[in-house]
Design a protein around this ligand. Structure first.
Ligand code: UTP
Length: 224
């Protein structure tokens, strides 16, 4: 099966530690024995810190995004280092490069691609482009909730939902300033149009990704 895993920077690199990357690499190597695997890494706190400083210095938003993309690629490089020979040696800079890189039989790890979006959207477009059967979004919450569970104690988790329900939730969440959306709106729209089975789960322990690939998880399934 072809699988795209989006690993939030908040999960992979909240506090930079070799152990986290090593554990992730071990889990991804495990999955790649029987599957074709693509990983998209987020930027996490480092990206937010750099973007914050750039914004204070008067940089425009597109420039801030370009800085964010560089940070996502640095996390991709750390994961490539942890995967060693099992990974394609460089983070591809676009979807075509990613598809070509995968022909080597190696695990492909990439970061952001273009300003105006996040790596959630990158992983959804990549999943569509390479014909993935499964998209896993490993994040810091354990699924999609009716509203932001960090702000609303009555928020309820979905075990499964349609892509359209996801879009409605994301739009409602994104209208509240500073809210934490489970995935960005562009990603939700692409998941809807391509109807790729998507699982949003807590990626704190990378074993949860291994289990999701074999059909066991406690996250939210979107679609199919
Ligand atoms: P992330 O995907 O990590 O953003 O990209 P995020 O959702 O804010 O963070 P986490 O990791 O889930 O906590 C970091 C930043 O890089 C830029 C954006 O500015 C984004 O906020 N970016 C990333 C792009 O502009 N384009 C991309 O394709 C990817």
């Amino acid at each position: 099966m072809k699988i795209v895993v989006s690993v939030g920077g908040s999960v992979l690199a909240r506090a930079l530690s070799p152990e986290k990357f090593r554990n992730y690499a071990a889990a991804l190597k495990d999955i790649s024995k029987k599957n074709v695997v693509f990983i998209v890494t987020g930027g996490g706190k480092a990206a937010r810190d750099y973007i914050g400083v750039a914004r204070d210095l008067g940089a425009d938003e597109a420039t801030c995004d370009l800085i964010g993309i560089e940070l996502t690629r640095l996390n991709a490089r750390l994961l490539i280092a942890a995967l060693g020979d099992d990974a394609y040696y460089e983070p591809p800079r676009d979807y075509k490069e990613a598809k070509n890189a995968s022909l080597t039989g190696k695990i492909v790890v990439m970061g952001g691609v273009t300003p105006g979006q996040t790596t959630d959207a990158v992983s959804a477009v990549l999943a569509e482009y390479i014909g993935a059967e499964l998209l896993i979004n490993a994040t810091s919450t354990d699924g999609v909730y009716t509203s932001d569970p960090k702000k609303n104690r009555d928020a309820k988790k979905f075990d499964s939902m349609t892509p359209h329900q996801l879009i409605e939730i994301v739009m409602k969440t994104e209208m509240v300033a500073g809210a934490n959306s489970p995935v960005d709106l562009l990603a939700a729209k692409i998941i809807e149009r391509s109807n790729i089975k998507t699982i949003v789960l807590n990626g704190e322990d990378p074993q949860s990704i291994v289990e999701a690939v074999s059909g066991k998880h406690k996250g939210t399934v979107i679609g199919k």
